[in-house]
Design a protein around this ligand. Structure first.
Ligand SMILES: Cc1cc2nc3c(=O)[nH]c(=O)nc-3n(C[C@H](O)[C@H](O)[C@H](O)COP(=O)(O)O)c2cc1C
Length: 198
């Protein structure tokens, strides 16, 4: 079966799923707006319940005035390496929907749908020679303020986008973790007919 990045698929899949991973060593180069917009274009075509498209993105490109304030909303541990990213993207989801009668109601699948959009962005980044590293380690209250996020929107995660650099550029502790991770076997999370696991 396919083996890439020291990851082995037990069943035949496209190589992109093994190729994509979340590095921390980035080159610090700038990313053009057109290159970045292509990643959001991929996210745009994700499926969502009732086609509500609840995902929202706020980005900062390296070399712009927005980069430092957005970087500062990440946890220290993420700032250490994400400061070398080419762009930071914050992923938000709209928690409510407006009905045809103008009523504002909670949405059930806003996070699920937005997860699909984030993964489309991550795969497109990989296909275009970039890497996208998701981060939940964020000061969310601060991010809400800095990004000026309106009500009925939730900060889901942030993403560092960059080109892969030599792991030697990382501090020692991060360098040791700089490799693609493994996965649980399918038997631990896929069940036929009824739920049969933890
Ligand atoms: C929602 C989410 C939050 C994450 N938070 C962090 C984070 O705060 N810091 C970090 O270094 N990696 C973070 N990661 C990266 C995961 O640790 C990584 O995706 C996981 O270990 C699988 O490895 P892979 O992406 O290289 O395949 C996050 C990923 C996701 C999807």
């Amino acid at each position: 079966m396919t083996e890439i990045n020291q990851r082995r698929a037990d069943h035949p899949i496209h190589s992109i799923f093994l190729e994509r991973w979340s590095p921390r060593a980035f080159t610090s180069e700038e990313i053009g707006e057109t290159d970045l917009l292509a990643l959001f274009e991929a996210a745009r075509w994700a499926p969502s319940a009732s086609n509500l498209q609840p995902w929202r993105f706020v980005y900062a490109r390296r070399g712009t005035e927005y980069f430092a304030p957005l970087l500062a909303t990440l946890d220290e541990g993420n700032q250490r390496w994400a400061r070398n990213a080419s762009a930071l993207v914050f992923i938000l989801s709209r928690t409510h929907r407006t009905t045809s009668t103008g009523e504002v109601r909670p949405s059930y699948s806003h996070a699920f749908d937005t997860g699909a959009a984030w993964f489309a962005l991550a795969l497109q980044a990989q296909l275009a020679g970039w890497h996208a590293h998701g981060m939940g380690g964020i000061d969310r209250d601060r991010a809400m303020r800095v990004l000026e996020v309106p009500a009925h929107n939730r900060v889901e995660a942030a993403v560092a986008i960059g080109r892969l650099a030599d792991p030697a550029t990382l501090p020692e502790d991060l360098r040791q973790r700089e490799k693609p991770s493994q996965r649980k076997p399918i038997g631990e999370f896929v069940f036929e007919g009824r739920f049969n696991g933890a």
